[in-house]
Structure formats: C-alpha cells, structure tokens
Design a protein around this ligand. Structure first.
Ligand SMILES: O=C[C@H](O)COP(=O)(O)O
Length: 252
C-alpha cells in the first residue's frame, strides 16, 4: 500500500515571517495519516527544518544542481539541501523547464544526484495547453517520464512522480477527473513496464490548482496518491484542509 503524500511547493514565496504557517501546519497535524511535505525557497529550508523539528512535517528543496560541488554560482547541491534539513527535492517542475530551459536529461542527472544523496526525488511532468489540444498528452508525459527518471535506484521510497498539466498551474483550471485518471493510469503502466513491481510503490501526485474545494474528488481518482500544491500550500488553513481531504480519501 502506498502512503499518501501532501506536498506543498512555496515556489518563490516566503520569508522568515512565513515560518509561522509551517509551524501552524505542523501543530495542526501531530499524527497525520499521510506524509506531509513543505518545499520553501532555499533561503528558508534550514530555518523551516528547525522550526518544525520534532513534528511530522518534512521539508524539501525545489531544485538542485546535478554536481556535488564546484564552480556553479548560485546553485545548490543535493548534499547541501540534505545538510540544511531537506529530505525531498522537487525536480523538473515546468517552471524550471520553461524559465531555465531544463531538459529531461538535465532533470535525470539531478534525480541521480538526489538519489545518491539518499533524498526523495519528486519528478514533475505535464503537457502544455497546445500539446493537449494536439492530442499529445500521453506521448509528452511518457517521454518526460522516460527521459527524466534514472535507470537505477527508482523505488517507492526514492521517487515520487507529479503530474502537473502546465495549463492547470496557478490558473484555476483543472482537468476533468477522467483526464486525470487517464494520465495517472498511463503513468503507472509506464513505470511498471520499466521498473517492474517496485513501480507499484511509487506515489503519483496530481498538481495544478488543487484547492480545499476540489481536493476530495481529485483524491478519489484512480492512481492519485496525493497532490503537489502551489498557491494553496502557502497558508496553513488551506493546506491543512487539503491534508484532511487526503487523509479521508480511499486507500491506494
Ligand atoms: O508545484 C505546484 C504546482 O505548480 C501547482 O501550483 P498551483 O497549486 O498554484 O496551481
């Protein structure tokens, strides 16, 4: 059985004053029935890890460099994230793929670095509006999974895959439940074909305009093991409601 995961991605939001939201979230869920993860900007990782120390809330990064160290101004390695208190790293988010021209090969190299460090890689995939309109959704998602995941070390403990249709991120637009199920069932089949039985343990998250109002129906959808939440993870009240919906969802 896969343990469900509610992951929050704060993106480029938050300062020290925002840590009170993380602390409130941790206090609201002292014994959660799902895994809870917050990925603040890198500047807050160590402070957030300290602030929620002893709670059930995990802290993660939003990106890392593929190298362990070296002359890469402005970049952060997986080892540095681990040292700061991170246990997960989001990789290949569409905003990274667009803003920083990250390719599947680059994401894969980062994922290998994350796995080597013993952290969990949350690898993001998803089609654009134009690709969906052109009927290319499954081909795009399949190619991203194929190109972005390492060949070795992929298990339910080391990798999470997040399906985030680019057109649903921050827009308030959400795919139909049938569309989400189609992609998630496809992703599961692709992963099982490549990684065998281990792939049954890989958690598949949906991301894109998840809110307290739509979380329950999304979480009842086939092969949805949780969510990667952007805007609604910024406040403890909203994210807490999403976590509660995930706790109440049918078992995977
Ligand atoms: O990483 C999170 C996703 O990009 C979703 O963001 P959103 O919930 O603000 O649409």
């Amino acid at each position: 059985m896969r343990r469900k995961l509610a992951a929050g991605n704060w993106k480029m939001n938050g300062t020290g004053a925002s840590l009170s939201e993380a602390m409130a979230l941790a206090a609201a869920h002292p014994d959660p029935q799902v895994d809870i993860l917050l990925c603040p900007p890198a500047t807050l990782i160590d402070r957030m890890a300290d602030a929620v120390h002893g709670s059930r809330l995990a802290v993660g990064g939003q990106d890392c460099h593929a190298a362990a160290s070296g002359a890469h101004t402005g970049d952060i390695s997986a080892a540095m994230l681990a040292d700061a208190g991170a246990s997960y790293v989001i990789l290949g988010h569409s905003e990274r793929r667009t803003d920083h021209a990250e390719t599947d090969a680059a994401v894969r190299a980062k994922a290998e670095a994350v796995l080597a460090e013993g952290l969990v890689a949350v690898v993001c995939v998803g089609e654009t509006d134009a690709q969906r309109d052109a009927g290319q959704t499954l081909a795009v998602v399949g190619a991203q999974i194929k190109g972005s995941l390492p060949d070795a070390g992929v298990t339910g403990q080391s990798v999470v895959v997040a399906y985030e249709p680019v057109w649903a991120i921050g827009t308030g637009r959400v795919p139909t439940l049938d569309q989400i199920a189609e992609v998630h069932d496809f992703m599961r089949a692709e992963l099982v074909a490549r990684f065998g039985d281990a792939a049954h343990g890989i958690r598949l998250l949906y991301g894109g305009s998840v809110k307290p109002s739509n979380a329950a129906e999304i979480f009842a959808t086939s092969n949805v093991d949780g969510a990667l939440v952007g805007g609604a993870s910024l406040t403890a009240a909203d994210f807490s409601a999403i976590i509660a919906a995930l706790e109440a969802a049918p078992a995977a």
